[in-house]
Design a protein. Structure first.
Length: 431
C-alpha cells in the first residue's frame, strides 16, 4: 500500500519511507491511499492481540519490504494484554491499555514503531537518531521501546519541572542509547527544538534524524489493533457493535478507533473526551476549528490546544457537516476529573487516572441522556503514574504495577539544557 500526504494526494511513498520520514516533505501527514474492508468474521481464526493485529495490518504493509516481518513485529511488540473488563453499571466495559512496560497506552505504538525501525535499519544499514519531545508519557514509552536496540538512538526532551516526579524518574532511567534532556522551558519549547533540529539539513543527514511523535504512522497503525481485538471479542460474546469513549489530546488514539471502524470492524459510536482544552468539543458543536495555546489541567497528557492528528480527521471526512454529525466530543473540567476519581471506588470499585476519568465522566453524561447500549471506556494510563493527583483524592496509596516499579528502582539521570536551539544543536553534534 502507498501512503499519501494529507496536503497533496500526488505525493505518495511506501510504508518504510513514510515510517522513517515521519512528516511528508510538504508538511502534511501520511495517510493510507486506500482502506481495506474487513468484517468481524474475517478474524474467526484469531485470538490474541498479535494475531488480530497481524491480519488487520497485512493490507497496510502489502508491497513493502517490512511485510515479510510483520508477523514477528506484531508478536514482539504487542506482547502484553489489552483486556476489556466489566465496569458497573451493566452494558459498560473498560478497555485497559496500561499493561505495558511504562503503564500507558503509548507503549503499543512505541514498541511497534521500534520493531519496525529496527527492521528498516537492518535492511538499509543506517544508524538513526530518533528525537522525541514529551509532556510525560510518550518519552518514557519511546525510550523503553528503543532501549538497547542496535543502530538506533533516542534523544528525549522534556520540560524540566513540568512532569510528575515518577514520570521524570522514568524518563531518565534508561541510559545506554537513550539520551534524556531536561529543558528549561515548556512542552512547546521541547517541540520547537525537535522541529528545528529536523529542519536542519546538516544535522538531519549526519544523524539520520527521525521523530517519534504522535503523527507517526508506526504508532497510529498498531493502535487500531486493540480496538479491533476488543470489538471482535464483544461481537462474538454479545453480538452487535461496541461503542467507545476515548480520552483525547492529539487525537492519535481516537483516530485509530475511527480508522478501525472505517475498515469494517464492529465499532459503533465513538465519543471523544477532552479535558478543559476544548478545541475539539467547540469544533464539533459547530464553531470553526480554532487551535489555541494549551491550558494546564490534571490530565496533563491531554493538554493540547492544536490536536496534531486533526488534519487526518479532515482527510477522512472531507465534508465538515458529515464530520460534525459523526462524533460526540465533550470537555471535562478539572472539577469533574477530581469528582470522578474521588468517587471512583465507591461507584465503580476502581481507581482511575485523570485521563481515564475524563472518559468516565463523558460516559456518565451519555447514560444520563438515556443511552443503554454497550459502551467501553478506554483507560489510557495506570493511576499510579499520576499519584500526586490521584492519591490525595482517593485517600490512600495506589499500588504501583510491577513493570513500572522496576523502572522506578533504576537510577535516573537527565542532562539540563536551555530552551535555545544553539546549545541543543551543539549537544547533538557531540553524539
Ligand atoms: C497521550 C495520552 C492521551 C492522549 O492521547 P492522544 O492520542 O494524544 O489523543 C490520553 N491519556 C494518556 C494517559 C496519554 O498518555
Amino acid at each position: 500500500m502507498n501512503y499519501a500526504s494529507t496536503r497533496n494526494p500526488a505525493t505518495q511513498v511506501g510504508l518504510s519511507h513514510a515510517l522513517a520520514q515521519g512528516l511528508a516533505d510538504d508538511g502534511g501527514l501520511y495517510v493510507p491511499c486506500t482502506l481495506p474492508a474487513f468484517n468481524a468474521r474475517d478474524f474467526d481464526a484469531d485470538d490474541s492481540l498479535a494475531d488480530v493485529a497481524h491480519r488487520l495490518l497485512q493490507p497496510f504493509f502489502a508491497d513493502d519490504p517490512l511485510a515479510a516481518h510483520l508477523s514477528e513485529i506484531c508478536t514482539t511488540a504487542l506482547d502484553f494484554p489489552a483486556p476489556l473488563v466489566p465496569l458497573t453499571p451493566a452494558h459498560t466495559g473498560m478497555l485497559e491499555l496500561f499493561h505495558g512496560p511504562t503503564a500507558a497506552f503509548k507503549d503499543f505504538g512505541a514498541r511497534f514503531l521500534a520493531a519496525c525501525m529496527q527492521q528498516v535499519g537492518a535492511t538499509d544499514g543506517l544508524e538513526r537518531t530518533i528525537l522525541v519531545a514529551t509532556s510525560g508519557d510518550t518519552g518514557a514509552a519511546v525510550a523503553d521501546a528503543f532501549h538497547g536496540k542496535p543502530k538506533l538512538r533516542v534523544v528525549v526532551l522534556y520540560p524540566d519541572g513540568r512532569v510528575s516526579p515518577r514520570q521524570a524518574h522514568q524518563l531518565g532511567c534508561f541510559g545506554d542509547n537513550i539520551l534524556t534532556l531536561r529543558v528549561a522551558g515548556n512542552f512547546d519549547d521541547c517541540q520547537r527544538l525537535v522541529k528545528q533540529a529536523l529542519a536542519d539539513a546538516g544535522l538531519r543527514s549526519r544523524l539520520c534524524l527521525s521523530s517519534a511523535n504522535s503523527i507517526s504512522l508506526g504508532r497510529l497503525l498498531p493502535q487500531m489493533s486493540y480496538y479491533a481485538h476488543a470489538s471482535i471479542r464483544h461481537w462474538r460474546t454479545r453480538g452487535g457493535e461496541l461503542n467507545f469513549v476515548i480520552p483525547t489530546g492529539n487525537l492519535g488514539n481516537a483516530l485509530a478507533a475511527i480508522l478501525a471502524r472505517r475498515c469494517g470492524l464492529p465499532i459503533g459510536d465513538i465519543a471523544l473526551a477532552t479535558n478543559a482544552n476544548r478545541v475539539l468539543p467547540d469544533y464539533f458543536s459547530g464553531s470553526a476549528y480554532q487551535p489555541m495555546a494549551s491550558l494546564a489541567t490534571l490530565a496533563n497528557a491531554m493538554d493540547v490546544g492544536a490536536p496534531s492528528n486533526f488534519e487526518r480527521l479532515r482527510w477522512l471526512y472531507p465534508d465538515e457537516q458529515a464530520l460534525r454529525g459523526e462524533f460526540i466530543a465533550e470537555a471535562v473540567e478539572d472539577a469533574g476529573i477530581r469528582e470522578v476519581i474521588a468517587h471512583g471506588e465507591a461507584r465503580y470499585g476502581r481507581v482511575f487516572c485523570p485521563h481515564t476519568a475524563c472518559a468516565v465522566r463523558v460516559l456518565e453524561r451519555i447514560r444520563e441522556r438515556g443511552d443503554s447500549r454497550d459502551w467501553a471506556v478506554v483507560a489510557t494510563a495506570h493511576p499510579a503514574k499520576f499519584e500526586q493527583v490521584v492519591e490525595p483524592l482517593v485517600g490512600h496509596a495506589v499500588e504501583v504495577p510491577a513493570a513500572l516499579a522496576m523502572l522506578l528502582d533504576r537510577p535516573s539521570q537527565a542532562e539540563p539544557i536551555g530552551a535555545d536551539f544553539e546549545p541543543f544543536r551543539e549537544r547533538l553534534r557531540l553524539i
